[in-house]
Write a protein that binds this ligand. Structure first.
Ligand code: CU
Length: 244
């Protein structure tokens, strides 16, 4: 009786029947890539963070705890969701996640495919704060490849030192600069209420760097990473029947 009533209520509200729940903890650590140890930002102890597996039609509930000594955030790259869940501090009233705070993202999953998530605070994404998202379709298509083993491969270039140190080197190596432009909210009211001015000075790409775009080219020492491992690790994936 009671179960029936609850089910009826859920159907009336039109809310997704399933919920995928995740707890993510963002923290500082050190990681060694090809023999070089550098500070990184981890999610649940790793970089990249865990691959989040969702299903189209369910609701995602993702609790993110900030164990850094600075603001953090997660932006769900490519996902269609309500603006305030987008995860970019200073946009749509999202204030960012302060040190020690847990923020709960909650959004309906309305698409399927392979995406990724990453920090939208300072240079944390370059320091390893990112991960993959795989969303299964609500109705698997008849011709979908059958596999019992699936590889998620995240490729990226890593600065190989702290990203802020990298940009400091770039700045000091140039005599003349121009002010880099960064995207801004459209209304001054939004800017005022969101603390955008403060953020754009301190955290947005190029906000303090005053770099000519062509000077980005002098940021060297980038290492190519596959799932967080360097070229010497020779990360290998086996493909064949029942693998994709
Ligand atoms: Cu993105």
């Amino acid at each position: 009786m009671r179960v029936t009533a609850l089910l009826a209520a859920a159907l009336l509200a039109g809310s997704p029947a399933l919920a995928a729940e995740f707890d993510l903890v963002v923290a500082k650590a050190k990681a060694t890539v090809d023999g070089r140890t550098a500070p990184v930002i981890t999610i649940n102890g790793g970089t990249p963070g865990p691959t989040l597996r969702l299903k189209e039609g369910e609701e995602a509930v993702i609790r993110v705890t900030n164990r850094l000594d600075e603001e953090t955030s997660i932006h769900w790259h490519g996902l269609i969701l309500p603006g305030e869940q987008d995860g970019t501090p200073g946009m749509n009233g999202f204030p960012g996640i302060q040190p020690g705070q847990t923020f709960t993202y909650r959004f309906p999953v309305v698409q399927n495919g392979t995406y990724w998530y990453h920090a939208h605070s300072a240079t944390q994404e370059q320091a390893g704060h990112y991960g993959g998202i795989v969303i299964e379709p609500a109705q698997p298509s008849a011709d979908a490849a059958k596999a019992d083993r699936e590889h998620v491969v995240l490729c990226r270039s890593s600065p190989g030192e702290t990203p802020s140190a990298s940009s400091a080197t770039s700045r000091s190596s140039r005599g003349t600069t121009t002010t880099a432009s960064a995207p801004r909210p459209t209304s001054s009211a939004t800017r005022a209420s969101s603390g955008w001015a403060r953020r754009s000075r301190t955290a947005s790409p190029g906000g303090r760097m005053n770099m000519d775009p062509t000077d980005i080219a002098d940021t060297g020492n980038y290492t190519f990473l596959v799932n967080g491992k360097g070229p010497k690790a020779n990360e290998t994936f086996l493909f064949g029947r029942a693998r994709r």
